[in-house]
Design a protein around this ligand. Structure first.
Ligand SMILES: [Fe+2]
Length: 213
């Protein structure tokens, strides 16, 4: 079959600009059991409700770690933490919410000690210096704000669908729920949306000792 060249639109984009750079999404050399992750998730949602981060729509968080002896350290705005956003037409950056002292979140919550998440926590914390570790819910047909965070984030997708993408600057990527572990460069402007019709569930940890080039 011959190609009709008159129907090809030349966008006049240099070849190198057409190559997407996914270096802000770094797949890690670790893998967990996706069936056990989903089972552990089902166990904890049976005993714990999602915190809405102080009234954030279509968002929910269940923290797996807390500041030792301080259950308030995982409630309300502390379930979310400081971030920067450009909320309006001026494009001026503003900060939202409150700063969280990530390195203090060293106590794994007792209620979840008998789940697979404890094993996941032990493996991850032997490899990375972690801050808060949360199970994050993104509801169907919803998006986060366009924002940046203080540090990179580690993701383990637990339940997802093809319409769930994370966007970092102008590069979008779907992270499959297959037990893989990703570190994403959340210090750049980013977003995550769920364009499917089921909840998206990720384990998300703040990573305090990970450097992107
Ligand atoms: Fe973020």
């Amino acid at each position: 079959m011959s190609i009709d060249n008159t129907k090809i639109v030349d966008l006049n984009i240099k070849k190198e600009k057409r190559i997407l750079d996914f270096s802000d999404f770094q797949k890690q050399n670790i893998k967990f059991d996706i069936d056990k992750l989903q089972e552990a998730y089902n166990q904890i949602v049976n005993i714990k409700k999602f915190d809405d981060g102080g009234g954030v729509t279509h968002f929910g968080a269940i923290s797996l770690t807390q500041i030792p002896g301080d259950p308030d350290s995982i409630k309300g705005s502390k379930a979310r933490g400081v971030y920067w956003t450009k909320p309006d037409k001026t494009g001026i950056e503003v900060s939202r919410d409150i700063k969280v002292n990530e390195s203090q979140y060293s106590e794994f919550i007792k209620d979840y000690e008998n789940t697979y998440f404890k094993e996941v926590y032990d493996v991850l914390s032997s490899k990375y210096k972690l801050g808060r570790i949360r199970i994050l819910l993104k509801e169907p047909r919803s998006t986060l704000s366009w924002h940046r965070d203080p540090e990179p984030r580690l993701h383990i997708p637990i339940i997802t669908n093809p319409g769930c993408l994370m966007v970092i600057e102008n590069v979008a990527k779907h992270m499959p729920a297959d037990g893989s572990v990703w570190v994403t460069n959340n210090t750049k402007y980013h977003n995550a949306f769920n364009g499917g019709e089921e909840n998206r569930i990720h384990l998300v940890a703040c990573v305090l000792d990970y450097k992107f080039n």
